[in-house]
Design a binder for this molecule. Sequence first.
Ligand code: Z3R
Length: 250
Amino acid sequence: MQKYEKLEKIGEGTYGTVFKAKNRETHEIVALKRVRLDDDDEGVPSSALREICLLKELKHKNIVRLHDVLHSDKKLTLVFEFCDQDLKKYFDSCNGDLDPEIVKSFLFQLLKGLGFCHSRNVLHRDLKPQNLLINRNGELKLADFGLARAFGIPVRCYSAEAQPCPQVTLDHMDTLLGTPTEEQWPAMTKLPDYKPYPMYPATTSLVNVVPKLNATGRDLLQNLLKCNPVQRISAEEALQHPYFSDFCPP
Ligand code: Z3R
């Protein structure tokens, strides 16, 4: 750890604090994610091991690069490439006034990174603005794979710790778009944790939610937000959607 000079705290991940730091020899700026290893615990948290194993295999320009893993007696440190800010901080700085071309570029890169993960049988499972990093060249990278899963290997039961609970988000989507009906999603009631819940009608149309997005963009969004995974557009398909027909990747 002498190799790095810790600068400031820049975030909190699934299981640890993230610091900006400088390599004392090369002066390269990196992000250090520190994982505390408690004495009475069984060693390295499973979320950290999961992130290390998955990220070692996921080398893509839209996925934050894991440079190194350092292990000292009580701490595990993941050394990542540095990005200037996360998307939440960027959104907050824009006060809701986002440039539609930047939105398009960020969505394109998000789908590229995600499509790459899916092609390698990895589900991120915790996509949110804090886990999407951007840099001053306009590049966007997926980060925090602490809740990610390799799929394809049948898993009988997820541990409670690994199960994200996006209830607030689901409720918000239900009130906005309407609760999915059995007709729209026949397999819904057969899901392992399915519980009957209030049926909300759609309260608004996407035009009111994203007034600056054109009709083609709204069509893509509608397809990305389909609750029924059979009907939902994949990342690869989304990249071919007409919304991107005028987009030139750099
Ligand atoms: C790797 C893993 C997690 C993070 C990395 C890199 N960079 C992060 S979080 C970050 C967050 C900001 S700047 C860099 S913030 O200032 O926008 N919160």
